[in-house]
Design a protein around this ligand. Structure first.
Ligand SMILES: [Zn+2]
Ligand SMILES: [Zn+2]
Ligand SMILES: [Zn+2]
Ligand SMILES: [Zn+2]
Length: 257
């Protein structure tokens, strides 16, 4: 079962007839034995193959076979050659360099996806309002940080022949308590991001707040930076200490390393 070709042939037996993705454990079957994947199963009343009743029957034999088969990465058609045990598949695909890029703008409003090369043209065409500053040392000015609710401030910084997207995101945590996340993302791969370092600095009356880190790749997205707190995080009180008339200036310095 382990050789590449026969494994791929076996993997095709796990294809869901509805979405053509693989039906992976727990594998459910209809009363006649046709399988359907666990994403499609809840949306179906009848077996898509024989129109028979679906019921709640697991196919333990197929599950055992599944644990012996290597499944191709879902981005195979984009060029990925990896084949993996089903238990490693989701994790690999999450970080797979062949996964399409989502629009790097924060918020879920733009559903665009494409290759890395298409990201900048997309931003220039569809997000014209984003300001771009040239240079490795710039000021990211967020105006009206006291605006109620969840708000994003976005700008672009261009230096060392690369484009970086700077995001300040405000989230409401509870009544009057907000958290601010400042994220620097490279319009590039994770590997490219590793050759840069950035520093964020807030300056106030006899106070200074500094954060230094490696930029994130836009492949990972703003939300993953926020979830792992891999960004400059501060609360409303800190924001007030550094704000001037409700505006916050964040010094951004990017270096190569
Ligand atoms: Zn399916
Ligand atoms: Zn059936
Ligand atoms: Zn892959
Ligand atoms: Zn977009």
């Amino acid at each position: 079962l382990s050789s590449g070709n026969s494994s791929n042939d076996l993997a095709s037996l796990f294809e869901c007839p509805v979405c053509f993705d693989y039906a992976l454990p727990p594998i459910m079957q209809c009363q006649s034995g046709h399988i359907v994947c666990s994403h499609c199963r809840p949306k179906l009343q009848f077996c898509p193959t024989c129109r028979g009743a679906l019921g709640n029957i697991r196919n333990l034999a197929m599950e055992k076979v599944a644990s012996q088969v290597l499944f191709p990465c879902r981005y195979m058609s984009n060029g990925c050659e990896a084949s993996l045990p089903h238990t490693d598949k989701a994790n690999h695909e999450d970080g797979c360099e062949f996964r399409p890029y989502n629009c790097p703008c924060p918020g879920a409003s733009c559903k665009w996806q494409g290759s890395l090369e298409q990201v900048m043209p997309h931003l220039l065409q569809q997000h014209k309002s984003i300001t771009t500053l040239q240079g490795e040392d710039i000021v990211f000015l967020a105006t009206d940080i006291n605006l109620p609710g969840a708000v994003d401030w976005v700008m672009m910084q261009t230096c060392f022949g690369h484009h970086f997207m700077l995001v300040l995101e405000k989230q409401e945590k509870s009544e009057g308590n907000q958290l601010f996340y400042t994220i620097v993302q490279l319009i590039g791969t994770r590997k490219q991001a590793e050759s840069f370092a950035y520093r964020l600095e807030l300056n106030g009356q006899k106070r200074r707040l500094t954060w230094e880190a490696t930029p994130r790749s836009i492949h990972d997205g703003v939300q993953s930076a926020i979830n792992s707190s891999d960004c400059l995080v501060f609360d409303t009180n800190v924001a007030r200490l550094f704000a001037d008339n409700g505006n916050l200036s964040i010094n951004v310095t990017i270096n190569t390393c």
